[in-house]
Design a protein around this ligand. Structure first.
Ligand code: HEC
Length: 119
């Protein structure tokens, strides 16, 4: 099983190296991630409760995350060691791949989403 995961990760990495970054990607140095899986994780870890269902942010609970999320390194740091009141998401609960997927989801949110009603 571990080996399979390693092969899958390698495939993801290779894919990232071989594909041209998507136009409009927020941070082309970010690891490859699945926006679809990222969206599920964003819901599962209830990020939406503070940041809104499409990362639009809410006045009292959490800042806007999308469109144009800030650089991946800063995102990863905020998840592991939040700078203020946001809960911490250690690797035990949110793996490195989960981070990449959540970031891919945030980067995939188009600007118009802030006006869209929650689904
Ligand atoms: C309980 C509310 C809450 C939850 C749940 C939460 N956040 Fe946050 N988040 C915040 C607050 C408040 C901040 C402002 C900085 C701080 O408090 O550390 C923040 C800051 C951030 C930032 C930095 C954005 C900026 O412009 O400063 C990112 C990125 C982020 N959160 C992502 C996430 C993700 C992804 C999840 C789910 C895995 C999540 N947050 C879950 C409240 C929350």
């Amino acid at each position: 099983m571990k080996k399979l995961i390693r092969i899958a990760l390698l495939a993801v990495l290779l894919h990232a190296l071989l594909t041209v970054p998507l136009a409009g990607a927020a941070d082309s140095t970010a690891p490859a991630g699945s926006a679809t899986r990222g969206k599920d994780l964003y819901m599962k870890h209830v990020c939406y409760s503070c940041h809104g269902s499409v990362g639009q942010g809410a006045e009292r609970t959490g800042p806007k995350l999308a469109p144009n999320p800030f650089p991946y390194a800063a995102f990863a740091m905020q998840m592991r060691e939040p700078r203020d009141v946001m809960p911490r998401y250690p690797e035990k609960f949110v793996s490195e791949q989960d981070l990449a997927d959540i970031y891919a989801y945030m980067a995939s949110i188009p600007a118009a989403s802030k006006d869209a009603s929650p689904k």
